[in-house]
Design a protein around this ligand. Structure first.
Ligand code: BES
Ligand code: MN
Ligand code: ZN
Length: 501
């Protein structure tokens, strides 16, 4: 997709479609009045008719009259007081998704007054709306079909119309937004692929292809090396499947180097290619969703790739423990005692609490490779989805200063996180007769207990993200299809880029 930034009046920009955001109730003053006049009064007429509404992300398509574009899409930005960075991304996605199935090659987007509601002004608006448009192009219905007709259009050219802005700064920002959006879609496409397609080995192959393309180093540990390293938890989870586990390690930067902030950042993602629950098997209802249990892994693989495109050579690593959690003659059983890479013994009470087992060994390995700061991202518990739903990721972290640094990256990325407490008193619920601790306790506070389990494997600053509620949508939205959302990709990219030179 080509990108152009123009300072012309929006009605003077030739394109297949001109997108026009409006804030609050549709009111036709200033530029909007002129646009409406040139569009033959269509916008005001649709507003009077009730078709053009102020509900955020609602859209209408009108004929363009004497406006140079072929059509005009008006999109509601909603109430001025609640316009956030996330809203601007989603406005972009809503525009693009509204054009699904239509013939559109060039899309012009007028930024309107969106920049007035954001730190960074028009430049920030350009970045976020461009990212949103690219994210809006993603359509999972095309992954296994070439004849799907209703996909959002693949654009040849995006034109950002920003009359009073610094065109060079707007262009650089929009380019950054496009690259972040593309990385998000790389993650989403992998997330949505089925378990008979993406085994741990196939996921490792996808990571290898990305590493070669973007100049990252890659190391894929097979079971024999994982055993030498003492990854007893990781191997226990992987043992039930005929598709053997893989520990995928991507790195950038010089060996031993630290980033500008003195960090060797490790991002670690849960890669359960299918989570049947294992011997503690899940009920059939919605088990098919468990092909998405590799989302954390896909997120970190895509994020380090995006960082490599925006700031090549930034010292960091991405680790993705990839397994299939299956019942079988070699599966781990409830009551099995395994030894983690850090020497701690674990009593596996429930084989369906597998994510924390593979992540614990991956975190130990990250530290062995020199990580000074860690973030893990995982579809870890149903409890987080019940507590926070699909809009807010549950987060934990220690020390607080590292959590705060993470949260600042989340805010720049326009993603929503809610910090939860690691309540010390609950740790005793993981006590075991036979081992240092169990992998599950009673259900009460299960979300917090999952974080307390992971904490046993961190000796450096660490943040844990539970994306089980936010990783994929069960129903489509104006701004996103059913399926993978790419959540946390942009945050991890921002966090890493804060340390780029
Ligand atoms: N992958 C699941 C969590 C999950 C549930 C993700 C729903 C997405 C949607 C995880 O491995 C799991 O099974 N968690 C158990 C933990 C329990 C056994 C302590 C859960 O949440 O029920
Ligand atoms: Mn599970
Ligand atoms: Zn799982």
């Amino acid at each position: 997709m080509q990108l152009r930034v123009v300072g012309d009046h929006p009605w003077d920009v030739p394109a297949d479609v001109l997108a026009v955001p409006f804030i609050g109730e549709p009111r036709f003053e200033g530029v909007l009045a002129e646009l409406d006049k040139r569009a033959g009064g269509e916008l005001a007429a649709l507003a009077a008719f009730g078709e053009l509404k102020s509900d955020r992300y609602s859209t209408v398509i009108t004929p363009a009259g004497s406006v140079q574009a072929g059509r005009v899409v008006a999109v509601a930005a909603g109430d001025a007081g609640s316009i956030t960075r996330q809203v601007v991304v989603r406005i972009g996605s809503s525009i693009e998704r509204r054009l699904a199935g239509r013939t559109v090659k060039t899309l012009a987007v007028w930024l309107g007054d969106l920049g007035e509601h954001l730190e960074g002004g028009a430049t920030a608006a350009a970045e976020l709306i461009s990212r949103g448009i690219v994210e809006g192009e993603f359509e999972p219905a095309t992954i296994y079909r070439d004849d799907f007709k209703g996909a959002p259009p693949a654009l040849d050219e995006l034109i950002i119309v920003a009359p009073d802005a610094d065109a060079a700064a707007v262009k650089a920002a929009a380019e950054r937004g496009i690259i972040i959006g593309e990385g998000c879609n790389v993650a989403r496409r992998l997330d949505n692929r089925s378990a008979n397609d993406v085994s741990p080995e196939v996921l490792a192959g996808e990571a290898r292809a990305l590493a070669e393309k973007h100049g990252l180093s890659i190391d894929v540990l097979e079971p024999a090396r994982a055993a030498e390293l003492g990854m007893g938890m990781f191997l226990a989870v992987g043992s039930g499947s005929d598709n053997p586990p893989r520990m995928i390690v991507l790195r950038s930067g010089e060996a031993g180097a630290k980033d500008k902030l003195g960090r060797r950042l490790a991002i670690i993602g849960k890669g359960v290619c299918f989570d049947s629950g294992g011997i503690s098997i899940k009920p059939a209802d919605r088990m098919e969703e468990m092909k998405m249990d590799k989302t954390g892994a896909c997120t970190v693989i895509a994020a380090i790739t995006t960082v490599a495109r925006l700031a090549p050579g930034t010292p960091m690593m991405a680790i993705a423990p990839a397994v299939e959690n299956m019942p079988g003659p070699h599966s781990a059983r409830p009551g099995d005692i395994v030894k983690a890479m850090n020497g701690k013994t674990v009593d596996i009470i429930n084989t369906d609490a597998e994510g924390r087992l593979i992540l614990g060994d991956a975190m130990c390995y990250a530290e062995k490779l020199g990580a000074t700061h860690m973030v893990d991202v995982a579809t870890l518990t149903g409890a987080v989805a019940r507590a926070l739903g699909d809009q807010m990721t549950g987060a934990f972290g220690t020390p607080q200063s590292w959590y705060d640094a993470f949260a600042a990256a989340g805010a720049r990325a326009g993603e929503q996180y809610w910090q939860l407490p690691m309540i010390e008193e609950y740790r005793r619920d993981l006590d075991s007769w036979y081992a240092d601790f169990t992998n599950t306790g009673s259900v009460e506070g299960g979300l917090i207990k999952s974080a307390l389990f992971l904490r046993e494997f961190a000796t450096v600053p660490w943040v844990h993200l539970d994306i089980a509620g936010t990783a994929y949508f069960h129903k489509k939205k104006a701004y996103a299809p059913t399926g993978a959302t790419g959540v946390s990709h942009a945050t991890l990219v921002e966090l890493a880029l804060a340390g780029a030179r």
